[in-house]
Design a protein around this ligand. Structure first.
Ligand code: FMN
Length: 369
Protein backbone atom coordinates (compact mmCIF):
# COMPACT_ATOMS: atom_id res chain seq x y z
CA UNK A 1 0.00 0.00 0.00
CA UNK A 2 1.35 3.40 -0.93
CA UNK A 3 -0.56 5.52 1.60
CA UNK A 4 1.10 5.98 5.01
CA UNK A 5 -2.38 6.14 6.56
CA UNK A 6 -2.23 2.36 6.55
CA UNK A 7 1.25 2.18 8.11
CA UNK A 8 1.84 -0.09 11.10
CA UNK A 9 2.33 2.84 13.50
CA UNK A 10 -0.10 2.27 16.35
CA UNK A 11 -0.73 6.01 16.68
CA UNK A 12 -0.71 7.93 13.45
CA UNK A 13 0.07 11.63 13.32
CA UNK A 14 -1.28 14.36 11.14
CA UNK A 15 -1.00 18.14 10.90
CA UNK A 16 -4.22 20.11 10.57
CA UNK A 17 -5.39 23.39 9.10
CA UNK A 18 -2.19 24.84 7.65
CA UNK A 19 -4.08 26.04 4.55
CA UNK A 20 -5.92 28.74 6.56
CA UNK A 21 -4.80 31.93 8.26
CA UNK A 22 -4.63 31.35 12.00
CA UNK A 23 -4.64 27.55 11.57
CA UNK A 24 -6.87 26.41 14.44
CA UNK A 25 -6.01 28.95 17.16
CA UNK A 26 -8.62 31.70 17.40
CA UNK A 27 -6.25 34.35 18.67
CA UNK A 28 -4.79 37.70 17.76
CA UNK A 29 -1.32 36.56 18.94
CA UNK A 30 1.20 37.38 16.18
CA UNK A 31 2.65 33.85 16.44
CA UNK A 32 -0.50 32.47 14.75
CA UNK A 33 -0.11 31.24 11.18
CA UNK A 34 0.21 33.81 8.45
CA UNK A 35 -1.02 32.25 5.24
CA UNK A 36 1.52 32.32 2.44
CA UNK A 37 2.54 29.54 0.11
CA UNK A 38 6.13 29.41 1.47
CA UNK A 39 4.68 29.06 4.99
CA UNK A 40 2.22 26.28 4.24
CA UNK A 41 4.80 24.47 2.11
CA UNK A 42 7.60 24.56 4.66
CA UNK A 43 5.33 23.15 7.40
CA UNK A 44 4.38 20.25 5.13
CA UNK A 45 8.04 19.64 4.25
CA UNK A 46 8.97 19.45 7.93
CA UNK A 47 6.10 17.06 8.73
CA UNK A 48 7.11 14.95 5.73
CA UNK A 49 10.72 14.76 6.91
CA UNK A 50 9.57 13.83 10.42
CA UNK A 51 7.53 10.86 9.18
CA UNK A 52 3.97 12.10 9.80
CA UNK A 53 1.15 10.25 8.10
CA UNK A 54 -1.15 13.13 7.12
CA UNK A 55 -1.50 16.77 6.12
CA UNK A 56 -5.19 17.67 6.41
CA UNK A 57 -6.57 21.05 5.23
CA UNK A 58 -9.78 22.80 6.21
CA UNK A 59 -12.41 23.55 3.57
CA UNK A 60 -13.01 27.24 4.27
CA UNK A 61 -14.18 30.16 2.13
CA UNK A 62 -14.75 33.01 4.61
CA UNK A 63 -13.48 34.22 7.96
CA UNK A 64 -15.26 34.42 11.29
CA UNK A 65 -14.86 38.14 11.91
CA UNK A 66 -13.44 39.62 15.09
CA UNK A 67 -10.09 41.34 15.22
CA UNK A 68 -8.33 38.28 13.79
CA UNK A 69 -10.99 37.58 11.14
CA UNK A 70 -9.96 34.02 11.89
CA UNK A 71 -9.50 31.77 8.80
CA UNK A 72 -10.35 34.61 6.42
CA UNK A 73 -7.44 33.71 4.13
CA UNK A 74 -7.50 30.17 2.87
CA UNK A 75 -6.00 28.13 0.06
CA UNK A 76 -8.38 26.00 -1.99
CA UNK A 77 -7.87 22.42 -0.88
CA UNK A 78 -7.44 20.40 -4.11
CA UNK A 79 -4.86 22.78 -5.57
CA UNK A 80 -3.18 23.03 -2.14
CA UNK A 81 -2.93 19.22 -2.03
CA UNK A 82 -1.49 19.13 -5.57
CA UNK A 83 1.28 21.54 -4.60
CA UNK A 84 2.16 19.63 -1.43
CA UNK A 85 2.00 16.29 -3.23
CA UNK A 86 4.68 17.43 -5.66
CA UNK A 87 6.89 18.82 -2.91
CA UNK A 88 6.77 15.94 -0.42
CA UNK A 89 8.01 12.36 -0.43
CA UNK A 90 6.18 10.13 1.98
CA UNK A 91 3.37 11.92 3.84
CA UNK A 92 -0.33 11.35 3.07
CA UNK A 93 -1.81 14.48 1.48
CA UNK A 94 -5.51 15.22 1.99
CA UNK A 95 -8.07 17.38 0.34
CA UNK A 96 -11.03 18.42 2.46
CA UNK A 97 -13.92 18.73 0.08
CA UNK A 98 -17.20 20.51 0.79
CA UNK A 99 -19.48 18.30 -1.26
CA UNK A 100 -22.00 20.99 -2.28
CA UNK A 101 -19.25 23.16 -3.78
CA UNK A 102 -17.69 20.64 -6.19
CA UNK A 103 -19.36 18.48 -8.81
CA UNK A 104 -18.43 14.82 -8.24
CA UNK A 105 -16.97 14.45 -11.75
CA UNK A 106 -14.65 17.37 -11.06
CA UNK A 107 -13.83 16.02 -7.60
CA UNK A 108 -13.06 12.52 -8.87
CA UNK A 109 -10.78 13.88 -11.58
CA UNK A 110 -8.95 16.35 -9.35
CA UNK A 111 -8.47 13.68 -6.68
CA UNK A 112 -7.14 11.23 -9.24
CA UNK A 113 -4.72 13.84 -10.51
CA UNK A 114 -3.36 14.48 -7.01
CA UNK A 115 -3.14 10.73 -6.43
CA UNK A 116 -0.91 10.49 -9.50
CA UNK A 117 1.18 13.54 -8.54
CA UNK A 118 1.76 12.01 -5.09
CA UNK A 119 2.23 8.48 -6.43
CA UNK A 120 -0.59 7.09 -4.31
CA UNK A 121 -0.48 9.25 -1.15
CA UNK A 122 -3.75 11.14 -1.62
CA UNK A 123 -6.79 10.94 0.71
CA UNK A 124 -10.15 12.71 0.68
CA UNK A 125 -11.87 14.24 3.71
CA UNK A 126 -15.55 14.60 2.80
CA UNK A 127 -17.46 17.37 4.61
CA UNK A 128 -20.99 18.65 4.08
CA UNK A 129 -20.45 22.23 5.31
CA UNK A 130 -22.17 24.02 8.16
CA UNK A 131 -20.96 27.63 7.88
CA UNK A 132 -23.96 29.22 6.18
CA UNK A 133 -22.34 32.51 4.97
CA UNK A 134 -19.64 30.65 3.04
CA UNK A 135 -21.97 28.11 1.43
CA UNK A 136 -24.52 30.76 0.51
CA UNK A 137 -21.84 32.58 -1.48
CA UNK A 138 -22.35 29.77 -4.00
CA UNK A 139 -25.87 31.00 -4.68
CA UNK A 140 -27.85 28.03 -3.40
CA UNK A 141 -29.56 27.73 -0.02
CA UNK A 142 -27.76 25.52 2.49
CA UNK A 143 -29.49 22.16 2.76
CA UNK A 144 -31.15 21.03 5.96
CA UNK A 145 -28.80 18.94 8.12
CA UNK A 146 -29.77 15.34 7.32
CA UNK A 147 -30.35 16.12 3.67
CA UNK A 148 -26.72 17.26 3.44
CA UNK A 149 -25.63 13.71 4.24
CA UNK A 150 -28.09 12.24 1.71
CA UNK A 151 -26.49 14.51 -0.88
CA UNK A 152 -23.02 13.47 0.31
CA UNK A 153 -23.96 9.79 -0.06
CA UNK A 154 -24.90 10.29 -3.71
CA UNK A 155 -21.79 12.38 -4.27
CA UNK A 156 -19.46 9.73 -2.88
CA UNK A 157 -21.20 6.94 -4.76
CA UNK A 158 -20.68 8.78 -8.05
CA UNK A 159 -17.04 9.56 -7.19
CA UNK A 160 -16.36 5.91 -6.36
CA UNK A 161 -17.95 4.71 -9.59
CA UNK A 162 -15.85 7.17 -11.59
CA UNK A 163 -12.75 5.89 -9.83
CA UNK A 164 -13.48 2.22 -10.40
CA UNK A 165 -15.72 1.58 -13.42
CA UNK A 166 -14.25 1.06 -16.86
CA UNK A 167 -17.54 1.38 -18.73
CA UNK A 168 -19.59 4.57 -19.01
CA UNK A 169 -22.54 4.69 -16.62
CA UNK A 170 -25.68 6.75 -16.04
CA UNK A 171 -26.57 7.86 -12.52
CA UNK A 172 -29.99 9.11 -11.56
CA UNK A 173 -30.08 10.19 -7.92
CA UNK A 174 -32.41 12.43 -5.99
CA UNK A 175 -29.86 15.26 -6.28
CA UNK A 176 -27.20 14.24 -8.78
CA UNK A 177 -27.59 13.18 -12.36
CA UNK A 178 -24.74 11.92 -14.50
CA UNK A 179 -25.10 11.04 -18.17
CA UNK A 180 -22.56 8.51 -19.49
CA UNK A 181 -20.19 9.10 -16.61
CA UNK A 182 -16.54 8.40 -17.41
CA UNK A 183 -13.19 9.22 -15.85
CA UNK A 184 -9.73 8.05 -16.88
CA UNK A 185 -7.11 7.41 -15.70
CA UNK A 186 -8.07 5.63 -12.49
CA UNK A 187 -6.35 6.57 -9.22
CA UNK A 188 -3.04 4.89 -8.38
CA UNK A 189 -4.50 3.57 -5.11
CA UNK A 190 -6.76 0.57 -5.53
CA UNK A 191 -9.65 0.40 -5.43
CA UNK A 192 -9.49 4.14 -4.61
CA UNK A 193 -7.86 6.61 -2.17
CA UNK A 194 -8.80 6.52 1.53
CA UNK A 195 -11.81 8.57 2.62
CA UNK A 196 -12.31 10.47 5.86
CA UNK A 197 -15.26 12.17 7.55
CA UNK A 198 -15.78 14.13 10.75
CA UNK A 199 -19.53 14.05 11.22
CA UNK A 200 -20.60 13.95 14.83
CA UNK A 201 -24.40 13.67 14.56
CA UNK A 202 -26.09 10.27 14.29
CA UNK A 203 -26.58 10.82 10.56
CA UNK A 204 -22.93 11.86 10.18
CA UNK A 205 -21.73 8.78 12.02
CA UNK A 206 -23.79 6.47 9.82
CA UNK A 207 -22.37 8.17 6.75
CA UNK A 208 -18.83 7.69 8.06
CA UNK A 209 -19.43 4.09 9.12
CA UNK A 210 -20.80 3.23 5.69
CA UNK A 211 -18.40 5.06 3.39
CA UNK A 212 -15.10 6.13 4.94
CA UNK A 213 -11.86 4.67 6.25
CA UNK A 214 -11.15 7.26 8.98
CA UNK A 215 -13.76 8.86 11.20
CA UNK A 216 -13.18 11.72 13.60
CA UNK A 217 -14.71 11.88 17.02
CA UNK A 218 -15.31 14.80 19.31
CA UNK A 219 -15.52 14.12 23.01
CA UNK A 220 -15.31 15.79 26.36
CA UNK A 221 -11.56 15.80 27.18
CA UNK A 222 -12.38 15.35 30.85
CA UNK A 223 -14.26 12.12 30.29
CA UNK A 224 -12.05 9.53 28.62
CA UNK A 225 -14.26 6.65 29.74
CA UNK A 226 -17.00 8.11 27.61
CA UNK A 227 -14.53 8.61 24.73
CA UNK A 228 -13.50 4.95 24.96
CA UNK A 229 -17.13 3.83 24.85
CA UNK A 230 -17.75 6.14 21.89
CA UNK A 231 -14.81 4.67 19.94
CA UNK A 232 -16.03 1.13 20.65
CA UNK A 233 -19.59 1.88 19.60
CA UNK A 234 -18.45 3.64 16.41
CA UNK A 235 -16.38 0.61 15.42
CA UNK A 236 -19.31 -1.68 16.26
CA UNK A 237 -21.62 0.41 14.08
CA UNK A 238 -19.22 0.17 11.12
CA UNK A 239 -18.61 -3.55 11.62
CA UNK A 240 -22.11 -4.75 12.40
CA UNK A 241 -24.20 -2.53 10.14
CA UNK A 242 -21.85 -2.05 7.23
CA UNK A 243 -19.28 -4.89 7.52
CA UNK A 244 -16.39 -2.44 7.58
CA UNK A 245 -13.35 -1.71 9.75
CA UNK A 246 -12.61 1.97 10.24
CA UNK A 247 -9.88 3.98 11.93
CA UNK A 248 -10.95 6.47 14.59
CA UNK A 249 -9.07 9.76 14.86
CA UNK A 250 -9.12 12.69 17.27
CA UNK A 251 -7.68 16.22 17.25
CA UNK A 252 -5.21 17.77 19.68
CA UNK A 253 -4.19 21.42 20.13
CA UNK A 254 -0.59 21.23 21.33
CA UNK A 255 1.50 23.54 23.53
CA UNK A 256 4.77 21.85 24.41
CA UNK A 257 7.45 23.51 26.51
CA UNK A 258 10.34 22.38 28.73
CA UNK A 259 8.22 22.89 31.85
CA UNK A 260 4.49 22.58 32.45
CA UNK A 261 4.48 26.11 33.88
CA UNK A 262 5.92 27.60 30.69
CA UNK A 263 3.35 25.74 28.60
CA UNK A 264 0.48 26.94 30.76
CA UNK A 265 1.81 30.51 30.59
CA UNK A 266 1.84 30.38 26.80
CA UNK A 267 -1.75 29.09 26.78
CA UNK A 268 -2.73 31.91 29.14
CA UNK A 269 -1.10 34.36 26.72
CA UNK A 270 -2.65 33.25 23.44
CA UNK A 271 -6.02 32.05 24.71
CA UNK A 272 -6.88 34.32 27.62
CA UNK A 273 -4.97 37.53 26.86
CA UNK A 274 -5.04 37.42 23.07
CA UNK A 275 -8.00 35.13 22.30
CA UNK A 276 -10.49 36.54 19.81
CA UNK A 277 -13.80 36.24 21.66
CA UNK A 278 -15.76 37.99 18.94
CA UNK A 279 -14.66 35.45 16.30
CA UNK A 280 -15.39 32.55 18.66
CA UNK A 281 -18.85 33.82 19.48
CA UNK A 282 -19.61 34.31 15.78
CA UNK A 283 -18.52 30.75 15.11
CA UNK A 284 -20.53 29.24 17.95
CA UNK A 285 -23.61 31.24 16.98
CA UNK A 286 -23.40 30.04 13.38
CA UNK A 287 -22.99 26.47 14.65
CA UNK A 288 -26.23 27.00 16.61
CA UNK A 289 -24.50 26.26 19.87
CA UNK A 290 -26.98 27.51 22.40
CA UNK A 291 -24.58 29.15 24.81
CA UNK A 292 -27.34 30.96 26.69
CA UNK A 293 -28.83 27.59 27.69
CA UNK A 294 -25.54 26.33 29.12
CA UNK A 295 -24.18 26.73 32.58
CA UNK A 296 -21.80 29.72 32.42
CA UNK A 297 -18.88 27.48 33.36
CA UNK A 298 -19.60 25.04 30.49
CA UNK A 299 -20.02 27.93 28.01
CA UNK A 300 -16.68 29.36 29.12
CA UNK A 301 -15.00 25.94 28.73
CA UNK A 302 -16.34 25.73 25.21
CA UNK A 303 -15.06 29.20 24.31
CA UNK A 304 -11.67 28.38 25.83
CA UNK A 305 -11.43 25.10 23.85
CA UNK A 306 -12.31 26.87 20.61
CA UNK A 307 -9.65 29.56 21.10
CA UNK A 308 -7.07 26.96 22.16
CA UNK A 309 -7.36 25.10 18.86
CA UNK A 310 -10.86 24.35 17.68
CA UNK A 311 -11.75 22.01 20.53
CA UNK A 312 -10.27 18.52 20.69
CA UNK A 313 -8.13 16.91 23.37
CA UNK A 314 -5.55 19.49 24.51
CA UNK A 315 -1.93 18.52 25.08
CA UNK A 316 -0.31 21.19 27.26
CA UNK A 317 2.96 20.61 29.08
CA UNK A 318 6.27 18.81 28.67
CA UNK A 319 7.18 16.05 26.21
CA UNK A 320 6.36 13.53 28.94
CA UNK A 321 2.92 15.07 29.36
CA UNK A 322 2.36 14.74 25.60
CA UNK A 323 3.14 11.03 25.70
CA UNK A 324 0.95 10.42 28.77
CA UNK A 325 -1.95 12.13 26.98
CA UNK A 326 -1.40 10.25 23.73
CA UNK A 327 -1.11 6.93 25.53
CA UNK A 328 -4.50 7.64 27.11
CA UNK A 329 -5.99 8.30 23.68
CA UNK A 330 -4.42 5.12 22.29
CA UNK A 331 -5.89 3.22 25.27
CA UNK A 332 -9.30 4.57 24.27
CA UNK A 333 -8.77 2.95 20.86
CA UNK A 334 -7.83 6.10 18.94
CA UNK A 335 -5.74 5.29 15.84
CA UNK A 336 -4.53 8.75 14.91
CA UNK A 337 -4.43 12.38 15.98
CA UNK A 338 -4.44 15.61 14.01
CA UNK A 339 -2.12 18.07 15.73
CA UNK A 340 -2.24 21.84 15.60
CA UNK A 341 0.02 24.46 17.12
CA UNK A 342 -0.06 28.24 17.29
CA UNK A 343 3.46 28.28 15.84
CA UNK A 344 3.64 25.16 13.67
CA UNK A 345 7.42 25.28 13.03
CA UNK A 346 8.36 25.64 16.68
CA UNK A 347 5.82 22.96 17.56
CA UNK A 348 7.00 20.45 14.96
CA UNK A 349 10.66 20.93 15.96
CA UNK A 350 10.04 20.46 19.66
CA UNK A 351 7.87 17.42 18.95
CA UNK A 352 10.50 15.84 16.73
CA UNK A 353 13.28 16.36 19.26
CA UNK A 354 11.53 15.32 22.45
CA UNK A 355 8.20 13.62 21.78
CA UNK A 356 8.94 11.31 18.81
CA UNK A 357 11.67 9.35 20.67
CA UNK A 358 9.34 8.91 23.63
CA UNK A 359 6.49 7.72 21.40
CA UNK A 360 8.88 5.14 19.96
CA UNK A 361 9.94 4.02 23.43
CA UNK A 362 6.29 3.76 24.43
CA UNK A 363 5.63 1.51 21.40
CA UNK A 364 3.16 3.99 19.91
CA UNK A 365 5.35 4.52 16.87
CA UNK A 366 8.06 2.37 15.36
CA UNK A 367 11.60 3.79 15.07
CA UNK A 368 12.13 5.28 11.62
CA UNK A 369 15.79 4.51 11.08
C1 FMN B 1 -11.23 17.17 12.27
C2 FMN B 1 -12.41 17.88 11.69
C3 FMN B 1 -12.29 18.52 10.47
C4 FMN B 1 -13.36 19.20 9.92
N1 FMN B 1 -13.16 19.89 8.79
C5 FMN B 1 -14.17 20.67 8.30
C6 FMN B 1 -13.94 21.50 7.20
O1 FMN B 1 -12.83 21.58 6.71
N2 FMN B 1 -14.95 22.26 6.74
C7 FMN B 1 -16.20 22.20 7.29
O2 FMN B 1 -17.09 22.91 6.82
N3 FMN B 1 -16.45 21.40 8.34
C8 FMN B 1 -15.46 20.66 8.87
N4 FMN B 1 -15.69 19.88 9.98
C9 FMN B 1 -17.06 19.81 10.54
C10 FMN B 1 -17.71 18.46 10.25
O3 FMN B 1 -17.70 18.17 8.87
C11 FMN B 1 -19.16 18.40 10.76
O4 FMN B 1 -19.94 19.37 10.11
C12 FMN B 1 -19.24 18.61 12.24
O5 FMN B 1 -18.40 17.71 12.93
C13 FMN B 1 -20.69 18.43 12.75
O6 FMN B 1 -21.14 17.11 12.54
P1 FMN B 1 -22.50 16.77 11.80
O7 FMN B 1 -22.36 17.23 10.38
O8 FMN B 1 -22.63 15.27 11.88
O9 FMN B 1 -23.58 17.48 12.53
C14 FMN B 1 -14.62 19.21 10.57
C15 FMN B 1 -14.76 18.57 11.80
C16 FMN B 1 -13.66 17.94 12.38
C17 FMN B 1 -13.83 17.26 13.73
Amino acid sequence: MTNPLFSDNKLKLGVFATNCSGGCAITTAPEALELTWPNTLSIAELADQHGYEAMVPVARWKGFGGESNFNSNSFETYTWAAGLAQATKQIGVFTTSHVPTVHPIMAAKQATTVDHISNGRFALNIVCGWFRPELEMFGAPMMEHDMRYEYAAEWVEVVKRLWTEQEEFDYEGKFIRVAKGFSMPKPIQKPFPPLMNAGSSGKGQHFAAKYVDMAFINFNPNDLEQAKAHVASYRRLAREEYGRDIQIWAGCPVTQRDTKKEAEEFVQYYVVEKGDDVAVDNMLRIQNVEMHRMLPQRAEQMRFGAKLGWGGYPLTGTADDMVVGLQKLADCGIDGVLLRWVDYWDGLRRWQKDVMPRLEQAGLRRPRH
